[in-house]
Design a protein around this ligand. Structure first.
Ligand code: PHB
Length: 250
């Protein structure tokens, strides 16, 4: 692969361009992309033009670009995320109909909880989770489940900090978090009251595929709602999703 004068490969530059898009920043000009990706303007314009021609980026009338449908199509094709989501969705819908709050599915991705799906009831309470959005592992109920079952090396790295407080109630003390993680492994459920926002409580359970925890299934409840019905519904759904994943392997 041809390298630029600064020594980075074409792939590095492409990844840097694509990574300038975030959940909050979905539309940008080529100049903004170049600045954020640390690329010379001419290089950024060329890469953006090529990505638009390939359909991986799309351009609107104001010449601003966003991630293209073709990128979504390629990313989902045969991905483990899609398989998980398809197995989980009918059971998430059942949880959703029963509890009438937010039901979501998250996986561990590069040291964060990445949300693959979120179902919401029109009357449900506050929730900052976005599909394809991320939350810190130590601060969210899904993240705590994923961290509890992550390789010890990753757990040590996350607990070594920095452990950012998302709300006033986020647990940022490594020793307390270690105790919480052990408790989550023992009980099979994480409850995070006010850790993300003081008005809500996250509850999450692990989802296993071939014996390994591959995802977390969670509900975001208004803070004053007793969590027990949500926990019971999550446990039933997790068992059903695990069965669907087993059937899918045969
Ligand atoms: C959680 O999983 O703990 C969580 C997620 C989003 C929120 C609140 C809590 O808005």
């Amino acid at each position: 692969m041809a390298n630029s004068p600064s020594g980075d490969s074409m792939t590095d530059r492409l990844v840097r361009v694509l990574e300038t898009f975030t959940a909050e920043r979905s539309m940008q000009t080529a100049s903004e992309i170049g600045r954020r990706a640390g690329l010379p303007s001419s290089t950024a314009h060329r890469i953006v033009d090529e990505l638009v021609a390939a359909g991986l980026l799309e351009r609107d009338e104001d010449r601003r670009v966003h991630l293209g449908m073709r990128l979504w199509e390629l990313a989902l094709r045969g991905s483990t995320a899609l398989r998980l989501r398809q197995a989980a969705l009918p059971h998430m819908e059942r949880v959703q109909a029963l509890i009438r709050e937010h039901t979501q599915l998250a996986v561990l991705e590069q040291g964060e909880a990445l949300f693959l799906e979120r179902l919401s009831h029109p009357d449900a309470g506050a929730n900052i989770t976005r599909i394809a959005g991320r939350l810190p592992l130590h601060a969210s109920s899904s993240g705590i489940v994923l961290l509890a079952h992550a390789p010890g090396e990753l757990r040590d790295r996350v607990l070594a900090g920095p452990l950012r407080a998302v709300s006033h109630e986020t647990v940022t003390d490594a020793a307390s978090l270690r105790r919480i993680l052990a408790e989550v492994r023992r009980t099979g459920v994480a409850v995070a009251p006010g850790w993300i926002e003081s008005v809500s409580t996250g509850v999450a359970v692990p989802l296993r595929d071939a014996g390994e925890v591959v995802a977390a299934l969670s509900i975001v409840l208004p803070r004053d709602t007793p969590p027990e019905p949500a926990i019971a519904a999550l446990r039933v759904a997790a068992g059903e999703i695990e069965q669907a994943l087993r059937a899918d392997r045969r």
